[in-house]
Ligand binder design. Sequence first.
Ligand SMILES: [Zn+2]
Length: 91
Amino acid sequence: MAEKKKTTKKKAAKKKATVRTVRAKPKAKKKVSRQREWQRKMREEGRCIKCGAPAVGKALCPTHLAAERERQRKLKGWKGRKTGALSYQFE
Ligand SMILES: [Zn+2]
């Protein structure tokens, strides 16, 4: 009798798991800040997410692309320069 109860519990757990996977439908839109909203809009329109000027890469204008490169160089301590990179084409 006890064994039977165990199996039913397992079955119930399995059912729950399948329900969870079935519910993998798109969630409601997550709330984001006005700043992030603006950044997403700019990115979609192909403009810089920092100043709104036309972007050259995915999200940044030449000025901010170079600034971001230098910021990361300082942060990571990188010594070499890949002068063929996109951010160097506008200098
Ligand atoms: Zn910019």
